[in-house]
Design a protein around this ligand. Structure first.
Ligand SMILES: [Zn+2]
Length: 597
């Protein structure tokens, strides 16, 4: 732990889970819990539950779960310590200096060193842009019509053509080679081991901020004709490309209900300067589902405004399904009269761009349009093939109403026969139905790895047994002589089991918070929330009794089996056989323990 337990507990008690999560997710009370749409997966009906009594959340859809700290860690991408700090501040609680082991202190300090190096590098580049040496770079930005204000807002800078300029500067500030390598600011000379030089030189510089406004990386565009034109920091301890988007630190605060997705840094900056503070770009990679989910935290809709050339269109076609799968409504800007948003706004002005946004095409119609370009629609044969492709595409839409709406739109736009298209739908609908259900699903079900399945079964049994034990002291009391914490082979579950056995020594009731506070990893907390939330699929006492005895048999049976493989001496083997016999004869009747008091 980094802070004393009592402090963490105080912070937790002053941050009611309903208040905190309610400020991120719209929650509605239903029975003893509050429900809302899960922020961690895409869904249309709420399966994300928050319990005031248990002070925890759990998603029945994706299994995300934990307490108020885990929520902040997952949502804001914070470490445990950061989430404690954040919630302490929210509740106006003053934190003492953290109480940390040397090792942890080192790790935290090291990360802070990397942030510091990045911040100083950004400041250094920023100052160079405004000096004599940065004249050419400044002229480059001014040519692109960027104002001094916007350059300041985005912290634009300049890396000189000297290959050790930043290196020397940061060395003077006391940074070590390893730190600068780990920031991605330095490269090692391939011919001279142990010699380093700046990753970025002779480039205009774009610092990359995380959502909290900290500099985590850089992008640089070469001045003149060098290669590569754009260069990005590599992934580092601070910089994960799939969890960050350029401009998101500003766009997430925009009042617009959608975001504009563009291709590069300059497009983002140009749009922000023109008043579109909701523009973002990926950082030199294709869009991932992680990006989609990140965007979905803030808005429900995106408008893709990539370059109008072939590469831009292909990138849009690739991004549409990814963004849609995150549950975003996706529209595409029709910008055929200009190369990119920057050029469009410079030539035709802000208002024209506003109109363009307003008229952005639904992504489905954009896909159909690109499809139509592959066929010569004046030729009857190609026209038929186009119709077939359209029908297949229409079938990918799940909702009937939505599908019919698109069908109407396509019929009128491409002058197609409505009844003909319906016929094709029926024909392909059948084919698709059959084709999808046979080969793939069968091989997935039958070719499954039985060893893996068995392992999953054991973990499930361990979870179920713990779920029974944490909620019922009497049952625990009835089985504590036959089951031991060490029988739980899953790491986290074993820790939980030890804690449960420990708490029951002095109390007869277990609160989720009491267990959860001892874990700081999101994955562990998720698992614990799962234990406390997952409804055991039992309808009555008999079923509960059966589940209890089955899980005990399963877990202890596995444990004994494992042990048998490592036992060689006859007496040890004897004991094992007796234990196995005892297990076979063991059966706990629930009505018996009720009478035991
Ligand atoms: Zn979920």
């Amino acid at each position: 732990m980094f802070y004393p337990d009592e402090i963490i507990e105080e912070v937790r008690l002053h941050n009611d889970v309903i208040d905190v999560i309610g400020s991120y997710v719209h929650l509605q009370k239903k029975g003893s819990s509050h429900f809302g749409l899960c922020p961690f997966h895409n869904e249309k009906t709420p399966s994300f539950s928050v319990s005031k009594d248990k002070q925890m959340y759990y998603c029945f859809g994706c299994g995300a779960g934990g307490n108020v700290f885990s929520f902040i860690m997952a949502y804001e991408n914070y470490s445990f310590v950061e989430s404690v700090k954040y919630l302490a501040e929210r509740a106006h609680i003053e934190l003492p200096e953290p109480e940390v082991s040397e090792e942890v202190k080192k790790a935290i300090n090291y990360k802070q060193r990397l942030y510091d190096a990045n911040r100083l590098a950004a400041r250094y580049y920023y100052s160079l842009l405004r000096k004599d040496v940065g004249k050419r770079a400044l002229a480059y930005f001014q040519d692109r019509k960027l104002s001094a204000d916007i350059m300041k807002q985005f912290g634009l800078g300049y890396a000189t053509q000297f290959r050790d300029d930043l290196y020397k500067y940061l060395q003077k500030q006391g940074f070590l080679d390893q730190e600068l390598l780990d920031c991605g600011l330095l490269l090692e000379d391939k011919k001279h081991k142990g010699e380093y030089y700046d990753r970025f030189f002779n480039r205009v510089m774009f610092p990359i901020f995380d959502v909290h406004g900290k500099v985590i990386a850089f992008g640089g565009r070469v001045l003149g004709e060098g290669q590569p034109k754009y260069l990005n920091s590599p992934e580092t301890k601070l910089f994960d490309k799939s969890r960050n988007l350029y401009g998101l630190n500003i766009a997430r605060k925009s009042r617009e209900s959608f975001m504009i997705v563009v291709e590069g840094y300059m497009d983002v900056i140009a749009l922000h300067q023109a008043g579109f503070d909701n523009a973002i770009a990926s950082l030199g990679t294709a869009f991932t589902s992680g990006h989609g989910q990140l965007i979905k935290r803030y808005v429900d809709e995106v408008v893709i405004a990539f370059d109008s050339d072939g590469a831009g269109v292909n990138a849009a076609l690739r991004s549409i399904p990814i963004l849609k799968s995150a549950g975003l409504i996706v529209r595409v800007l029709n910008m055929e009269t200009a190369k990119d948003p920057d050029e469009f706004i410079q030539n035709q002005g802000v208002e024209a761009f506003q109109t363009l946004l307003h008229n952005a095409t639904a992504s489905f119609m954009f896909e159909i349009k690109q499809l139509s370009k592959r066929f010569d629609l004046t030729d009857p044969e190609y026209r038929t093939r186009f119709s077939e492709e359209v029908a297949k595409k229409l079938l990918s839409i799940e909702g009937k109403i939505e599908r019919d709406n698109y069908l109407e739109a396509i019929v009128s736009q491409y002058h197609m026969s409505k009844s003909g298209l319906y016929e094709l739908l029926a024909k392909h609908g059948n084919n698709v139905g059959i084709a999808q259900r046979t080969p793939q699903t069968m091989s997935r079900d039958m070719g499954g790895n039985s060893h893996k399945k068995r392992e999953e079964g054991t973990v499930l049994a361990q979870k179920q047994l713990l779920a029974i034990l944490v909620s019922n002291y009497k049952i625990f009391n009835g089985v504590k002589d036959i089951i031991q914490p060490e029988y739980f082979t899953h790491d986290t579950l074993q820790k939980v089991a030890y804690i449960v056995f420990d708490i029951y020594k002095t109390k007869q009731e277990i609160e989720p918070a009491d267990i959860m506070r001892r874990f700081t990893q999101i994955e562990d907390q998720k698992m614990i929330a799962n234990i406390f939330s997952e409804e055991l699929k039992v309808e009555n006492q008999q079923q509960l009794e059966k589940l209890l005895n089955d899980t005990i048999r399963n877990i202890k049976g596995d444990y004994l089996e494992q042990k048998r493989m490592n036992v060689n001496d006859p007496s040890g083997l004897m004991t094992l056989i007796q234990e196995k016999k005892a297990l076979l004869n063991f059966y706990l009747h629930l009505d018996e323990i009720d009478r035991r008091d």
